[in-house]
Design a protein around this ligand. Structure first.
Ligand code: HAM
Length: 423
């Protein structure tokens, strides 16, 4: 039996996955975000109302099913709508201490054509923040994502940035855009010829082959912004410049989900190695989504990274973010009589935060040592009856071959001073 098309097993690169997840968690904790996790399936209606009927995600890509109770359910195609549902259902908006800042990590499902960096089950790492609308907050969020990518070792990061205004400005812009697209209707792809009438913004976001010039020469949404949105957008850019964040204003960036208002952005890794899949993350403001889904008027903003895509690009660029994690102490017993003694040492060291491995091979000493060659070991402890009787441990620095004889009671103190990995 094979795995379903568009899915994958995490096997040999499992430690990279864990590392990416852990770094994301600890970075978000430094920004004072709280962990949130919501169900993998929700009512279909949530996504239809939240993301928008006219989007590709809803019209073509959802995994919908009916359960035995005849409920219409959908595997989440993204994480934002579920978090907003939870925010409303659990009345989290009632906490007057704003903003309410969350981070999350988990799978999402879209029925897309699988290719490098595009899967049907994929993982997102994201943040969602509610209750405040400010350019300062927007820049904090954009910088969090940027710092994550930098921390992982990416160098050519570009942030595409735009402001798509509020509903009133967008309605005005849609009319201008529709008038322009009508003149070029025959040049557009089949889908866009229909799309342009329902939601002309989606034409700017079309992944198929509309002529580049038609999109490039389309009117700019920035010309439809009012004074307030213009100032907001300028303030955001001033903050990003202060933080030395490399962004470009892309006035055609509208994003593929309908819930956005004002700020929108995408994280790009500037490489030609992965075609169009170099967009590793995206997000924006959604100041109407909480009210659209039945909550009180509450501004919101967030982004999501595509974690599989990040991993794929890291590997294509030969960037390895995980340091080889050293085993602090490798315990080698010279015969089976001391197995339980080995276990107690391993237990005490592990509970004190050290990474410990025991030799389970029962081979003779020279074979066991041969077997260890090339392993990432900090100290090797070879233990026999003599050591047990004297209450001493002999440690050999595996890199320098220097040897130390240490009183058993001082072992943890010694390792505390000599192993930098302990945290
Ligand atoms: P999105 O742009 O649809 O936004 O997805 C975010 C990221 O998920 C993309 O930039 C991409 O890296 C990754 N991604 C999307 N589809 C796939 C796929 N089929 N395979 C692999 N990776 C994929 C959202 O999902 C919004 N909920 C983001 C957001 C959060 N906006 C506000 N808060």
């Amino acid at each position: 039996m094979n795995k379903p098309k568009g899915t994958y097993d995490v096997t040999t690169n499992g430690s990279t996955w864990l590392y990416l997840e852990q770094v994301f968690y600890s970075l978000c904790a430094n920004y004072n975000y709280q962990y949130i996790r919501t169900p993998i399936f929700e009512t279909s209606e949530l996504f239809h109302r939240g993301i928008g009927e006219g989007t590709d995600i809803i019209s073509k890509e959802t995994y919908d099913f009916t359960d035995k109770g005849k409920r219409n359910l959908t595997l989440r195609p993204e994480l934002t709508a579920g978090i907003v549902r939870s925010y409303i259902e659990n009345k989290m908006y009632a906490d007057s201490n704003k903003p309410h800042k969350f981070f999350t990590f988990g799978p999402a499902f879209r029925y897309e054509r699988p290719q490098h960096g595009r899967n049907r089950e994929f993982y997102q790492a994201g943040v969602e923040v509610f209750g405040i609308k400010s350019a300062l907050l927007d820049s904090e969020i954009i910088s969090l994502g940027y710092n994550y990518l930098k921390f992982l070792g990416f160098e050519n990061i570009i942030i595409r940035l735009n402001n798509i205004g509020n509903n009133i400005m967008r309605t005005k812009y849609k009319e201008t855009l529709l008038a322009y697209l009508s003149k070029h209707q025959a040049e557009l792809c089949q889908d866009c010829q229909v799309r342009m009438n329902n939601n002309p913004l989606r034409v700017l976001d079309c992944k198929i082959d509309n002529p580049k010039s038609v999109i490039q020469d389309a009117p700019s949404i920035l010309d439809s912004l009012d004074e307030e949105s213009n100032k907001y957008f300028n303030d955001l850019q001033i903050h990003l410049e202060m933080l030395d964040i490399p962004y470009v204003v892309d006035e055609k960036l509208v994003r593929g989900l309908d819930y956005y208002t004002d700020t929108v952005f995408e994280y790009i890794i500037d490489t030609d190695k992965i075609g169009n899949q170099n967009v590793v993350g995206g997000g924006g403001r959604y100041d109407n989504l909480v009210s659209t889904l039945g909550g009180p008027d509450t501004p919101g903003i967030g982004f999501s990274f595509g974690v599989d895509r990040i991993i794929e690009i890291l590997s294509l660029l030969n960037v390895n973010p995980t340091e080889k994690s050293l085993i602090d102490v490798y315990l080698l017993g010279i015969n089976n009589n001391i197995d339980s003694y080995l276990l107690t040492i391993a237990d005490a060291l592990r509970m004190s935060g050290f990474k410990v491995e025991i030799d389970f091979s029962n081979k003779n000493l020279s074979k066991a040592l041969k077997n260890l060659k090339g392993q990432p070991i900090r100290y090797l402890a070879i233990i026999g009856e003599d050591e047990i009787n004297q209450g001493k441990i002999k440690l050999k620095d595996y890199q320098t071959t220097e040897e130390y004889t240490i009183d058993g009671n001082d072992l943890i103190k010694f390792l505390d001073e000599h192993c930098h990995q302990k945290d």
